[in-house]
Ligand binder design. Sequence first.
Ligand SMILES: O=C(O)CCC(=O)C(=O)O
Length: 348
Amino acid sequence: MGEVDPAFIQSLEHQPKLDITEAEGIPLIDLSPLNSSDTGPEFSNLVAEIGNACKNWGFFQVINHGVPLKCREKIELAARKFFALSKEEKKKVGRDEVNPLGYYDTEHTKNVRDWKEVFDVTVMNPTIIPASHDPEDKELKELINQWPENLPELREACEEYAAEMEKLAYKILELIALSLGLPKTRLNGFFKDNTSYIRLNHYPPCPSPHLVLGVGRHKDAGALSILAQDEVGGLEVKRKTDGEWILVKPTPNAYIVNVGDIIQVWSNDKYESVEHRAMVNSEKERFSIPFFVHPAHYTWVGPLEELINEQNPAKYKAYNLGKFITTRKRSNYKKLDVENIQICHFRI
Ligand SMILES: O=C(O)CCC(=O)C(=O)O
């Protein structure tokens, strides 16, 4: 990526402020009470902390999460080696409209190009999704991960990391279920045939970081996202209280968790998914690794029946996750002239 192509330039209102002052950060939550009894006061405090963070911020960081540091270091190193390969090598595992997994450097968020390159890997191999976004088309297709021939450690690192991320995701989903007054494992069944995936993000240095974004402002379409960011930093979260963009300061070996659109719908808006974006900088490259926790493609996502009643009626019609995601992904390949599908389109 050389000089800044106009395709990357954000409109004035969405250009980042680089001289951002640090404000009160997102909550930092210690998960060590998970190792003690489910009935003790420390555990109930943890459930309350998770509930407050989901309600007030939609974002939090976790420490003492049980993911071995070695596993994270292994995938971080493998990601660096992968992105250091020549473009030609990376394109050998390039994604296309038939197989959306693998490498690409052309993603658009809100129809503006992102200053990044990416490698996507699903947890289930194959992962089953609808063949098209057309609601009448019942055909399914299998997504198969692509692996670079000359970097065998990438596959091993991703598979080990995916197993650890799944364990952490279940811990957090269980805490969220409890915080909503639901049985601990209420949400777990949705993830049996999950469509979750790991994304390796590489943000190269940019000559005009004040004009572009590594990832434009967006909300995540899944249930949860669990992000490992490196020490460079650049993730910004839109604070719910005043709409200010808050920089998430890197905390060594912490994971940043955010509620996605599905939890917003399941909780009938009690926990809202929050906009976030990533800045780039002119000197340093940056790496981040989100894990997107998504249910099975056949899931109908609607407010959970235990959470609605006459006083709090359902705020959404149920939608089919597979069709929603395949419709959303259409804008990844090309700039569209219309706003992409959002959960607000299912609001009652
Ligand atoms: O790199 C980051 O900090 C954010 C990544 C992100 O939001 C995404 O990949 O969707």
